[in-house]
Design a protein around this ligand. Structure first.
Ligand code: NAP
Length: 236
């Protein structure tokens, strides 16, 4: 399905991004992932680029390099969170989350657009969150970034769909990752899943399958959307 396509997945060394990268490889794409640490291990068959988006200069240099050899598929997956009460959230943390979760996707979208529009084909998937559709306490930095990512994606989609470039957000809900299990524990997960209509966590496979489909030539008319994969959580 993706033979001959080149893909870039940011934050592809762990969690959701890693599974997206693996699936892109399985479907025949040539995949590069980013990680922040030289010791990070890329999925089998993927090239690794080390870049920390918290470092503005490093981010812009990486975006410039990406533009020189632009992929056909861009998945902006790398993301961070800082959970704190609104009143005491350090402004540095707020700024950092916007840099990694919004500025990096913006810079990379900008970098790949000339090549994608020139060839008349491109797919961009930005990984948002249910906290980019609704919010809750202590999520000011994260929700600002993910709502922002949605707005940026809508504006981008409006400009480039006619040139064959489709851009969407995917908003995962509670996903069964190592981090989720460590942070919530068994009791926390049970409490959480009771609030999800599907009564369970989602899997990285479920997120990856949809992201890869959206990024493929099989998606011909979906653009500018922010689609939740959340077992119905944001609709009750
Ligand atoms: P994760 O397991 O924490 O992995 C994060 C990835 O991003 C890693 O590859 C990491 O690289 C990279 N990364 C971290 N900080 C970075 C930085 N400053 N600059 C560049 N790259 C950085 O993440 P995840 O839980 O799979 O989440 C992936 C995306 O899904 C994020 O955008 C997140 O907001 C969103 N999401 C996740 C969930 C969930 O339940 N997990 C739910 C909703 C939305 P290294 O390994 O080298 O550190």
């Amino acid at each position: 399905m993706l033979n001959g396509k080149r893909a870039l997945v940011t934050g592809g060394t762990r969690g959701i991004g890693r599974r997206i990268a693996e699936l892109l490889v399985e479907k025949g794409a040539q995949v590069t992932v980013t990680g922040t640490r030289p010791e990070s291990v890329a999925p089998t068959g993927c090239a690794l680029q080390v870049v920390d988006f918290a470092d503005r200069d490093a981010l812009l240099a990486f975006a410039a390099r990406t533009g020189e050899n632009a992929p056909d598929i861009l998945v902006n997956n790398a993301g961070i969170n800082r959970v704190a009460p609104f009143a005491t959230l350090p402004i540095e943390d707020f700024e950092l989350v916007q840099r990694v979760n919004v500025l990096a996707p913006f810079a990379l979208c900008q970098a790949v657009l000339p090549a994608m529009t020139a060839q008349g084909w491109g797919r961009i998937v930005n990984i948002s969150s249910i906290w980019g559709k609704i919010s809750k306490e202590h999520r000011a930095a994260y929700s600002t970034s993910k709502f922002g990512l949605d707005g940026m994606t809508a504006a981008l989609a409006a400009e480039v769909a006619a040139q064959g470039v489709l851009a969407n957000c995917v908003a995962p809900g509670f996903i069964d990752t190592e981090l989720t299990r460590t942070v919530l524990g068994t009791a926390g997960i049970a409490e959480l899943t009771a609030k999800v209509p599907a009564r369970r966590l989602g899997t990285v496979d479920e997120v990856a399958a949809f992201v890869v489909w959206l990024a493929s030539p099989e998606n011909t008319f979906i653009s500018g959307q922010n689609i939740a994969i959340d077992g119905g959580f944001t609709r009750v």
